[in-house]
Design a protein around this ligand. Structure first.
Ligand code: AHG
Ligand code: MN
Ligand code: MN
Length: 322
């Protein structure tokens, strides 16, 4: 077991990026503490505000967002930040080398029931020729990320991170307050018998997804010839963590529930960072039309279809779209 900074140096991560990562992690340690305080701190329940996504903000969404924003903008390492909870990007240091996108609190509906929640982050290099206040700096494909990760505020606080040299697991050691490497180069099994999807949307899916899930449900009496189990944590961090630990397929497919919003998950704050982590662990991260990390973003808040996880199962799902 190794501490975070030596582990990153072993992966040849540049020193300024290590410093930025440590800054991000300082905020996660504070959030982890606040989460553990529950009703003892002022973090439960909702605010009266809506975010740019049209979702009611929970108190913890706002607390976590402010913590991240303040610590990152004060650090001097970032040229700008972009958050699911901010209307547009926020300028930092004009010579800052990096851009950080984040979902400060993923799984908001789990906050008030003491269930899994997390923080997701993604780092790109900042273009040197653009103004720090220009949100177009963030319109970079996922394959250009230099680091992505999430922190899971579960029974233990875990960091899962990649800098493009494998995906590694760390646990927050509260005895000294640092993240300790516990598993290097996680590999997602290529086959699985577990799927994660919000089944309540079934009637709104496209025929391809209806048929695919129908065949999984048919189990060993259907064309797949094996039984499948279903899990849904309602926090992408939790569902993707399970996929990284033991395989599985996670999808939030296109649906027709709301004609103006055919996709639920956000490209910059959720899909791209998870795609980077999964691909670095030998898994796939796709839409029904191609690789998530090849999408050229047109809007920092854009949403996207997501089909990700164990390689053979994602390919099986995509074959229904052909
Ligand atoms: P957020 O809490 O950041 O808004 O994200 C919630 C997302 C994602 O984490 C999860 O997989 C999905 O929304 C849950 O969707 P349902 O409400 O359909 O279960
Ligand atoms: Mn989220
Ligand atoms: Mn969120």
């Amino acid at each position: 077991m190794q501490r975070l900074a030596p582990a990153l140096r072993e992966d040849n991560v540049p020193l300024d990026l290590i410093s930025l990562i440590k800054t991000i992690l300082a905020a996660t340690k504070e959030i982890s503490f606040r989460v553990s305080q529950a009703q003892l701190g002022d973090i439960m329940g909702s605010t009266s505000d809506e975010n740019i996504q049209g979702e009611v903000q929970k108190k913890l969404d706002v607390v976590a967002n402010d913590l991240f924003k303040d610590i990152l903008l004060e650090s001097g390492f970032v040229k700008a930040i972009s958050s699911e909870e901010e209307d547009t990007s926020v300028a930092g240091e004009k010579d800052g080398k990096y851009l950080v996108s984040f979902d400060p609190l993923d799984g908001s509906s789990n906050i008030d029931i003491n269930s899994l929640i997390g923080t997701i982050f993604s780092i790109h290099e900042a273009p040197s020729d653009m103004d720090a206040s220009d949100p177009d700096m963030f319109k970079q494909a996922g394959h250009k990320q230099v680091c992505a990760g999430y922190v899971l505020y579960g029974p233990s606080t875990m960091l899962v991170m990649t800098t493009g040299r494998g995906t590694h697991f760390y646990v927050l050691d509260r005895t000294h307050g640092g993240y300790i490497l516990v598993e290097r180069n996680v590999q997602v099994p290529v086959d699985t018998q577990e799927f994660a999807i919000n089944m309540s949307n079934q009637r709104f899916w496209q025929p391809a997804m209806q048929n695919y899930i129908g065949d999984l449900l048919a189990g060993d009496t259907g064309p797949r010839g094996k039984n499948f189990n279903m899990r849904w944590i309602a926090a992408m961090v939790g569902d993707i963590h399970r996929v990284l630990c033991r395989g599985g397929i996670f999808t939030y497919p296109t649906d027709s529930k709301n004609a103006k919003q055919p996709y639920k998950l956000r490209l910059m704050y959720e899909a791209n960072p998870m795609a980077f982590l999964l691909e670095q662990a030998g898994a796939l991260a796709m839409t029904s039309e191609g690789r998530i990390m090849d999408i050229e973003p047109t809007d920092i808040h854009q949403r996207v279809e997501v089909i990700m996880g164990s390689k053979n199962e994602v390919e099986a799902c995509l074959s229904y779209y052909k």
